[in-house]
Design a protein around this ligand. Structure first.
Ligand code: HEC
Length: 219
């Protein structure tokens, strides 16, 4: 992508399924990047093999990605130079080189290794110059409506206020004199769940949308 946000294009790997390529960082002084290649749909916290990608042969040349670690338990590579990278493993920060040799720089004390605590995103603390980001050189533009295009119904803006007014008194988390909590097992608050608002999700699972075929059916 250009520094002004234009010209977005595939850098590498769009044709290569079964690996999640993530946490890519440019390697200073080169055109290469370092990234985590996490197998399958990705593992916990994107743990994967660390790979160096050279874009010179185009985005589909698989050979241009070279895996440098032996296992798949590394995450968040940070390039210090062309050959040296900081990486996190579950409980340690390691320094690896481009041949896969590794040195443990820091290891989590045993009594911290409870629950699911993991090490993340190692970074050097040395001060460095900030990248020049074009988008930050001026104030943000306000979003403006497209001219001559009819407005669309927007669920949070247009529907949720109706649910707030007529429904949440009984369909919310809390007990209410009118019948809550969760009358009929449904919540119509506008709070967000993992993907949608509770109201949108609950209206969907309770089959409250029509699809234009006179069916009480949601997708
Ligand atoms: C005064 C309290 C109250 C209000 C206000 C209310 N509901 Fe309900 N709602 C209930 C109760 C109680 C049930 C459970 C009825 C049952 O299980 O027989 C219910 C059940 C439902 C169901 C499940 C029905 C089914 O057939 O599965 C839907 C959908 C629903 N309500 C939607 C709404 C919507 C949308 C609004 C606002 C427009 C609303 N409700 C407002 C009390 C209320």
């Amino acid at each position: 992508m250009n520094p002004d946000g234009t010209g977005l294009m595939v850098f590498f790997g769009n044709q290569h399924p079964n690996v999640v390529m993530i946490d890519a960082k440019p390697i200073p002084g080169t055109r290469k990047v370092v990234a985590s290649f996490s197998p399958g749909h990705g593992r916990t916290e994107h743990a994967g093999a660390i790979a160096i990608i050279d874009p010179d042969q185009g985005p589909d040349a698989k050979d241009m990605a070279r895996t440098i670690t032996k296992g798949h338990n590394y995450r968040d590579p940070y390039p210090l130079s062309e050959n040296l990278f900081l990486v996190a493993t579950n409980h340690a920060i390691e320094l690896i080189d481009d041949l896969g040799n590794s040195t443990v720089l820091w290891s989590m004390p045993a009594d911290w290794r409870t629950g699911r605590m993991c090490v993340h995103e190692p970074r050097p603390l040395a001060a460095r110059e900030k990248e020049y980001v074009m988008a930050l050189q001026r104030p943000p533009s306000m979003i403006e409506p497209f001219a001559n295009v009819p407005d669309l119904i927007d669920f949070p803006r247009d529907i949720q206020p109706l649910l707030d007014k007529y429904c949440v008194a009984c369909h919310d988390y809390d007990a209410s004199p009118r019948g809550g909590p969760m009358s009929g097992g449904l919540i119509f608050s506008g709070d967000h769940g993992p993907m949608f608002s509770h109201s949108y999700y609950n209206l969907t699972i309770s089959g409250q949308y029509i699809d234009g075929r006179n069916l009480r059916k949601s997708d």
